[in-house]
Design a protein around this ligand. Sequence first.
Ligand code: URA
Ligand code: SF4
Length: 268
Amino acid sequence: MTDAEREAALAAIAVEVAVCKRCRLHEGRTRAVPGEGSAGTEVVFVGEGPGFNEDKQGRPFVGQAGALLDDLLKSVLWARDEVFITNVVKCRPPGNRDPEPDEIAACAPYLTRQLEVLDPALVVTLGRFSMARFNPGARIGQVHGTFRLADAESGVPRALTFAMYHPAAALHQGSLKQTLLGDMQGVPQALTEARALRVASAGAGAGEARDARNAEPTSAPGSSYAVAGPDAVALQAPEMDPPSASVSHETPALADAEFDPTAQLGLF
Ligand code: URA
Ligand code: SF4
């Protein structure tokens, strides 16, 4: 798929989400929040569900939690428009309550389809509802700041997932902000690992399967990296490529059966 085709596919999903009535959350919404970002990215951030401001604007992470997410991205010299940001449920739970299991299940096909279109190398989960989707049974207190292979049922069986606390949690519990910032520093490294995993699982002769986005000149997704402050530079892995300038993306399905990435990376 080209980036233009990915964009069109994501837009089609967004149109469906905007009028969706598959669960009770449609009753209280002002606007559904499908998600937004780069169609050519390798990194998808998945939060829980829209809050007050997101519901008003129809965009993810635009309130206080969003400001913190922006800071986290900046701390590794990434920008919002270089990644894709979405949520487990696309409509705001009343009063910002937790989404119910049946609501998450009803909304899951949209996230699955978005992930199939984007085929990210790395999924960063924000909070436990998002983490549970990709790594059922994991406990956030134990796995935050670490990456692992996504559950095969998650829609991204070849991706790594990186678990983080939800940014909103740091608004209530100040000490978590440092934890989030510390964990975020591991995200670029996780992307490097995720890329290596793709290259390795592609094996020899994968050249033909390379994604179009790697062959075409991309619209300088890394330009914002040049303007980083000195602190941020120190935190950045020196040879780090931006999340949409991948070396290899698509891998032949054939190779997957023979390759055990868990063994290679020492994942848990
Ligand atoms: N919290 C979320 O989980 N998602 C948003 O989009 C905003 C706040
Ligand atoms: Fe549809 Fe998801 Fe909104 Fe429920 S939360 S109405 S499933 S888009």
